[in-house]
Design a binder for this molecule. Structure first.
Ligand SMILES: NC(=O)c1ccc[n+]([C@@H]2O[C@H](COP(=O)([O-])OP(=O)(O)OC[C@H]3O[C@@H](n4cnc5c(N)ncnc54)[C@H](OP(=O)(O)O)[C@@H]3O)[C@@H](O)[C@H]2O)c1
Length: 353
């Protein structure tokens, strides 16, 4: 069992360090926001917006949130969905109006009447292991509503988990998917469902297979500083030799590039160049914290467990290639390795103490 030494922070310090991803967007990307007075209080598609690109984000989560800010800065009309009122209010303050929407509720028709006014649709709602993609359950309704609208680009956020276990080999998009877990199986089915819907609608459709997502507010640095408990699954994944990951800013770059070079049915792996083990990433994160705030380092054990050969092959060892996204979309990674990604997170973090 590997044991990590963690900074041992006082409860007062921890209380002061409880930022949300939105806080980070606010701090780092402060130039993304126009003064509130300059922003209309609604982002519904007004007649004067008709000539502009319009993105609707189904599931305004971590990636969706960062991408929405980037698009807004580039003068897109942006909207999307969330499931909680506080989140909706938080985004309203930033000039983005979200539709309260749960895929389990019956308000589909109303939502899709809004979505069809948009030119671009990003799907970021994950599938559920038991029912699959919650949106595709109503695929007929989706097809019917969206076929009469303005949609011309659709992108589904998927996962590299669809490849299954490849014994540590390098895999590109031509490698046949072989999902082993139920969640990876439904992910692959969701990819196929969105590709097929995109074809039927005659709109540009792309699938992004994302590695483990990290960024400001969600990284090994944050886990250590907040002394979050790792789930058993996370601890086990620590012992994997290879974990592909990607910084949220690079995902946004790829998304942006794919709106500029739309494809019909293209699949892109979106990962960095350095599929390093999670344990190594945590060691490096701890080094960065110790360098930046040497005074706070006390120690506390942080155990990682090792998974059995069976568990490991179920989760899948592989190294994921990213040349296709670089060559076809012309993307140059901002953070080719977790090292530069974590460094930038630490450098841009306000002193939490
Ligand atoms: N995290 C990773 O390392 C990773 C790796 C590969 C792929 N992915 C996938 O990539 C996508 C984007 O990742 P992310 O980290 O940005 O995701 P995230 O932060 O978890 O955001 C997911 C969004 O989907 C919404 N949502 C979830 N279930 C819903 C339902 N039943 N009905 C309506 N909305 C629902 C959430 O709503 P609320 O805002 O109301 O919660 C949230 O806005 C997700 O599909 C994720 O599974 C993630």
């Amino acid at each position: 069992m590997a044991v990590f030494q963690l900074p041992n922070l006082s409860p007062e310090i921890l209380l002061r360090f409880s930022p949300t991803p939105l806080d980070f967007i606010n701090r780092r990307r402060i130039n993304f926001f126009r003064p509130l007075s300059a922003i209309g209080d609604s982002q519904s598609v007004a007649p004067d917006s008709e000539s502009r690109n319009r993105m609707f984000i189904l599931g305004m989560g971590f990636v969706g949130g960062f991408f929405a800010q980037q698009l807004k800065e580039a003068n897109w009309v942006v909207s999307g969905t969330c499931r909680s009122d506080p989140k909706k209010k938080e985004w309203e303050k930033r000039g983005i109006n979200l539709h309260p929407f749960s895929a389990d509720s019956p308000e589909w028709s109303l939502l899709l009447d809004s979505v069809k006014d948009y030119t671009h649709l990003l799907i970021s709602i994950p599938p559920l292991a038991d029912i699959g993609d919650p949106m595709l359950r109503n695929v007929e309704l989706l097809r019917g509503k969206l076929s009469s609208g303005n949609l011309r680009w659709l992108c589904y956020l998927s996962s590299t988990s669809v490849y299954g276990d490849c014994g540590g080999a390098w895999v590109d998009e031509n490698h046949p998917p072989n999902p082993k877990t139920q969640s990876a199986k439904v992910r692959l089915a969701a990819e196929e469902g969105w590709l097929s819907l995109g074809r039927d609608l005659g709109v540009s459709t792309q699938i992004l297979r994302l590695g483990g997502i990290y960024g400001p507010g969600r990284s090994a640095i944050d886990t250590l500083l907040k002394q979050e408990r790792l789930s058993e699954g996370q601890k086990r994944r620590a012992s994997r030799k290879f974990t592909s990951r990607v910084h949220v800013e690079d995902i946004c770059q790829v998304l942006q590039a794919s709106t500029e070079k739309p494809s019909s049915g293209e699949i892109y792996n979106v990962v960095d160049d350095d599929p390093a083990p999670r344990e190594e990433v945590f060691e490096y994160a701890l080094e960065l914290i110790a360098k930046r705030w040497p005074e706070i380092i006390n120690t506390k054990p942080f155990p990682f467990l090792y998974e059995s050969r069976e568990e490991s092959s179920l989760r899948g060892e592989k190294r994921v290639r990213n040349e296709h996204m670089k060559n076809k979309l012309g993307v140059k990674l901002i953070y080719p390795s977790y090292k530069s990604g974590l460094q930038s997170i630490v450098e841009n973090m306000d002193n939490p103490f």
